[in-house]
Design a protein around this ligand. Structure first.
Ligand SMILES: Nc1nc2c(ncn2[C@@H]2O[C@H](COP(=O)(O)OP(=O)(O)OP(=O)(O)O)[C@@H](O)[C@H]2O)c(=O)[nH]1
Ligand SMILES: [Mg+2]
Length: 318
């Protein structure tokens, strides 16, 4: 009995010593931690003030956010890569492919519109993407677009190599009313019409009419749309209105529920349209855009494979 008591007492004393040394260790760990915290606090407090140089760029609530990207020096890029003049199907489709990647990533984009070397992305006014921080939205759109443009180059240009990395600038423009937004898109689409009619006439005069660039420019100086239409028809037998709608109207990307012969069920996909956005009819037909309603069913004219745009086909095959 006495022995047992002795053993218990000595074990207790060992435990106490262990606890004591553990407590001491814990204390020294706490001290080290405290010192580290203090020194990092000191470092932080010394440098922390630089945060205040970062200005708040949060966009006001309830306004339409448009991000427009534009190719840098594409007059040179298109020349170096021997784009068809005035419109290169491969280049225009690659732009739309890159825009499609952006729409797949950012689901608050309700419409995208592209022409030449530019694309506009319309974020619904209710979006809370990146807490509506302007630079974050714009830079992510711009860099994803550029990356996708390079990544998908060979899908459209096959073995023609990409000779150097292109870049795109980006800006954010805010539109407070639905009408402002519609007018913005009408402005971009009217721009396509003006530029494309001019470029079509110009390049026909040069490539088919044998004029120099300067002569073609002089021939078109001061002409109105009707005169350019007449010139195209009388000299080259071209009815401008019969040219591909993608050249004349640009490309509108919308989310639609699509079903083709090879699909079991309808799927929400991004569909390219080349239609007039200036007339009100577009907005009533596609009333899901402004009201952010669920996307509507969309039927291709004929569900034969050739008539389904390659852009849609690429999404189906994914
Ligand atoms: N041949 C050809 N050229 C195109 C096509 N699409 C765009 N481009 C060229 O890209 C240019 C785009 O115009 P801008 O954006 O005003 O000119 P930029 O050279 O890109 O200049 P910055 O945007 O100011 O850097 C056009 O003027 C054409 O030279 C195309 O399909 N075919
Ligand atoms: Mg440009």
């Amino acid at each position: 009995m006495h022995n047992r008591l002795f053993i218990i007492k000595s074990r207790l004393s060992v435990c106490k010593t262990l606890c004591h040394s553990l407590q001491l260790k814990q204390k020294s760990i706490d001290v080290i931690r405290r010192n580290l915290r203090t020194s990092s606090k000191m470092a932080n407090s010394k440098f922390d003030y630089v945060r205040s140089f970062e200005t708040d760029d949060k966009i006001l609530p309830n306004v339409w956010i448009v991000v427009r990207i534009d190719g840098k020096a594409f007059h040179k890029f298109s020349k170096e890569h021997q784009f068809d003049k005035p419109n290169d199907d491969r280049g225009l489709n690659l732009m739309s492919h890159a825009a499609m990647s952006v729409m797949e990533e950012f689901c608050d984009i309700v419409l995208s519109y592209g022409q030449s070397d530019e694309y506009s992305f319309v974020f619904h006014k209710t979006t809370n993407l990146y807490n509506r921080r302007s630079a974050k939205i714009m830079s992510n759109v711009c860099s994803l677009f550029t990356a996708s443009f390079c990544f998908n180059w060979s899908k459209w240009f096959q073995s023609d190599e990409l000779k150097y990395p292109p870049s795109f600038d980006g800006r954010v423009v805010l539109y407070p009313s639905d009408q402002n937004l519609k007018d913005y898109l009408s402005w971009r689409q009217a721009d396509v019409h003006i530029n494309n009619l001019y470029n079509t006439a110009f390049w026909n005069l040069v490539l088919k009419g044998g004029m120099t660039n300067a002569q073609a420019e002089a021939a078109l100086r001061g002409t109105v749309s009707g005169e350019k239409n007449e010139l195209l028809f009388s000299k080259f037998g071209i009815n401008y209105n019969n040219l591909p709608a993608m050249y004349r109207k640009g490309t509108i990307l919308l989310r639609k529920k699509v079903k083709t012969s090879e699909m079991k069920n309808r799927r929400q996909l991004i569909v390219p349209l080349h239609v007039d956005m200036i007339k009100e009819k577009f907005w009533t037909e596609h009333n899901e855009i402004l009201d952010k309603k669920p996307s509507q069913n969309y039927e291709f004219e004929k569900t034969v494979e050739e008539l389904i745009p390659k852009l849609v086909q690429l999404q189906i095959e994914k």
